[in-house]
Design a protein around this ligand. Structure first.
Ligand code: CA
Length: 252
């Protein structure tokens, strides 16, 4: 995987196969499909898109995990046997870092009993191959309903409000328009409201891939966020912590 250079790269969110999201007004969510068999990828993608979902695909476990741990997806369809990184390892990472993320695991018959026992399933559902696309769509819809009902979709801290479903951002009632990466950075800060986060932690959580340790991408994007959230005489409540990183809001 190429390392990021020491300057700001293109918005990584725009590279994630989200073609068609603009002309699909009835889209009902973004689904990440992690699967290496081209035939299954094709059939799953067509089925989910026909049902109104935006679909992104990763064909190996490493890329799949990287994308899965970022914000921006409403559900993940995960094959277990993957090149690069095993599906169960990805499931374990998700369970740690995105415990409410709905996951539909695709397995061969007999794979589940031995390997998944002991994993606290959380929002995980299983689909045994071969499966019908109608069944997959039904499972994804069911999982999304559970999540929407189970948790509020709005994060709030200070006078900042982010709706994770509509991706709308407001500060003190004023609408703020953010890029994908700015949005993900703000969500990360809000989730750790009152905590000091190091640049490295922010980099790993929001950008999620190997970086040149000298990169200034975090500082650059913090600058973008401050400009968009702040107003005259009313700076954004994102504080620089000398030699460490940043904190949103007052100390918790
Ligand atoms: Ca496979």
């Amino acid at each position: 995987m190429p390392k990021a250079s020491a300057s700001v790269r293109g918005d990584p969110g725009s590279a994630v196969g989200d073609e068609g999201s603009q002309d699909r007004p009835d889209a009902s969510g973004r689904v990440l499909v992690i699967e290496d068999e081209p035939g299954i990828v094709d059939f799953v993608r067509r089925g989910l898109e026909a049902a109104g979902f935006d679909v992104a695909v990763a064909v190996d476990g490493i890329e799949g995990e990287r994308l899965a741990l970022r914000d921006g997806f409403d559900a993940i369809v995960l094959d277990l046997m993957l090149p690069g990184r095993d599906g169960l390892d990805i499931l374990a990472s998700l369970h740690r870092e995105r415990p409410s993320m709905p996951v539909i695991v695709l397995t061969a018959r007999g794979e589940i009993e031995d390997r998944v026992v002991g994993l606290d399933a959380g929002a995980v559902d299983y689909l045994v191959k071969p499966f019908s696309v109608a069944e997959l769509v039904a499972r994804v819809r069911a999982q999304l309903r559970v999540v929407v009902q189970a948790s509020t979709s709005v994060l709030r801290a200070e006078d900042i409000e982010v709706d994770l479903l509509t991706r709308k951002v407001r500060r003190g009632g004023r609408a703020v328009v953010l890029s994908t990466t700015e949005f993900e950075l703000l969500v990360h800060l809000l989730r750790h409201h009152g905590q000091v986060l190091s640049r490295e932690e922010i980099l790993n959580s929001v950008w999620g891939y190997e970086h040149d340790p000298e990169t200034n991408v975090v500082d650059v994007y913090i600058g973008y966020l401050r400009r968009k959230l702040g107003g005259p005489g009313d700076p954004a409540p994102i504080f620089s912590i000398r030699a460490v990183g940043y904190r949103l809001g007052s100390v918790s």
